[in-house]
Design a protein around this ligand. Structure first.
Ligand code: AMP
Ligand code: GLY
Length: 423
């Protein structure tokens, strides 16, 4: 089977790594890929939203299956583009169709979905510029802190949490009236603040059947102790130690099952990964957000624990045969620590030479923002590499990741030394 992966991060390197272990894989292509995926397949320098170019590649390379890594091509309708094209419509795409991708593309749509299917989540209301005054009144009715969410995709920056009521009102006006996040904040969801510890659950579905993949917890802030600016994710752990059997039972019954059944009831075609961001409030799970893809760096700890042949798994999703799959999960814990460029998530330099990769034997190096320059691997993004290790528990696994990291170097390299600090 020839497979094309869309994307260029650590998530996509992890997909490529897992697919490469299957003897059912013939040729692997990654568009655009990075210096890590380069070792496992052919990188093709095209953008993930350039559907016409993707079509050319799919036909030219005789691709049998496409796996979509990031959300934007899904929200932009890459799956629908395939279905509507006579030359492409028999080539399966892993990732939901546009209508279902709105679960990530619109916070308001996601909230309405949860209301309709009685899935526990924070109380909310949504507002536009016309209802700014009602928005102020709703803020006044809530206890601080105040959670404001731009409805649309805002590159992970669209959620603002503020302690002060007046500041929250100013922020609401700036989002709605001054278009702080462009058209993404034409509508703003204001919701009740939930206090608790976060975790994520990943579900793989063929639209009818589904499998719950291992849980993971990521660390989003740049600074130790969860301080400073938000990033794409600085590290992750799987499984989440506090997600015991009873709690997972609640997640399954109250959230996973109604989500997959809700998609069916609402006629939202979904073949792919559902990433459910949760918060444990008291002893109960509530949904913070849906993403219509795998997480990054969560994929770098979830996939290493999935023991099934990944080509077979993707084929089962494509063919609606997930019910025939018996998911096998490694009991060990996996952890990953993200190495980032100095300055990230603010401005940072690219093109810094990375040394030591070939000296790593106890961990898996998943490339994220890397590329080649003059035959050398160099930095090419804010998040540069994720260093994944296995262990009997998360402390054990982290020790291995941190020991491996001592061998790696690039100018300005930064990482969090406290992944798992809150567990
Ligand atoms: P999101 O961009 O939806 O992932 O939200 C970013 C972060 O904001 C989440 O990971 C949570 O830490 C936080 N957050 C979002 N909604 C709430 C809420 N209702 N209560 C508390 N924290 C929240
Ligand atoms: N690590 C969070 C995300 O992938 O959205």
């Amino acid at each position: 089977m020839n497979i094309l992966i869309l994307g260029s991060g650590g998530r996509e390197h992890a997909f490529a790594w897992k697919l490469s272990q299957s003897n059912k894989l013939s040729k692997l292509y990654i568009a655009p890929g990075n210096a890590g995926t380069f070792l496992l397949g052919e990188n093709i320098p095209i953008g993930v939203n350039d559907f016409d170019k993707i079509k050319e590649v799919v036909l030219e390379k005789d691709i049998d299956l496409v796996i979509v890594g990031p959300e934007d091509p899904l929200v932009n309708g890459v799956h629908d583009y395939f279905l509507e094209d006579a030359q492409l419509n028999n080539i399966p795409v892993i990732g939901p169709q546009k209508m279902a991708a709105k679960l990530e593309g619109s916070k308001e749509f996601a909230k309405e979905f949860m209301m309709r299917h009685e899935i526990p989540t924070a109380k909310y209301q949504s507002f536009t510029a016309e209802s700014l005054n009602e928005g102020y009144e709703f803020l006044e009715s809530l206890e601080p802190p105040y959670v404001l969410k731009a409805d649309g995709l805002a590159a992970g920056k669209g959620v603002v949490i503020l302690k002060d009521l007046n500041e929250a009102k100013r922020e609401l006006k700036s989002m709605l009236v001054d278009a702080k996040f462009g058209s993404a904040s034409t509508t703003v969801v204001i919701e009740e603040f939930l206090e608790g510890i976060e975790l994520s659950v990943f579900v793989l579905t063929d639209g009818i059947n589904y499998k719950v993949l291992p849980t993971a917890k990521d660390y989003k802030r740049i600074g130790e102790g969860d301080t400073g600016l938000n990033t794409g994710g600085m590290g992750a752990i799987s499984p989440v130690p506090f997600a015991d059997k009873v709690f997972m039972g609640k997640i399954h019954d109250q959230i996973v099952k109604p989500t997959v059944e809700g998609l069916k009831k609402d006629d939202l075609p979904y073949k792919g990964f559902i990433f459910i961001g949760l918060i444990k409030v008291g002893n109960n799970p509530k949904v913070i957000e849906y993403n219509v893809r795998m997480g990054d760096p969560e994929t770098e700890v979830v996939l290493p624990r999935v023991q099934n042949d990944f080509v077979e798994l993707m084929r089962a999703v494509a063919n609606g045969k997930l019910n025939e799959v018996n998911l096998k999960i490694d009991d060990r814990t996996a952890t990953t620590v993200m190495l980032v460029s100095g300055g990230y998530p603010g401005a940072y330099d690219k093109g810094k030479m990375i040394s030591g990769i070939e000296d790593i034997s106890d961990s898996i190096v998943f490339h994220a923002g890397t590329t080649h320059k003059d035959g050398k691997v160099v930095t090419n993004g804010g998040r540069v590499m994720a260093i994944t290790s296995y262990g009997n528990d998360f402390n054990d696994a982290l020790k291995t990741s941190y020991t491996s990291i001592e061998k790696l170097k690039f100018e300005g390299m930064n990482y969090r030394k406290d992944i798992g600090f809150d567990l």
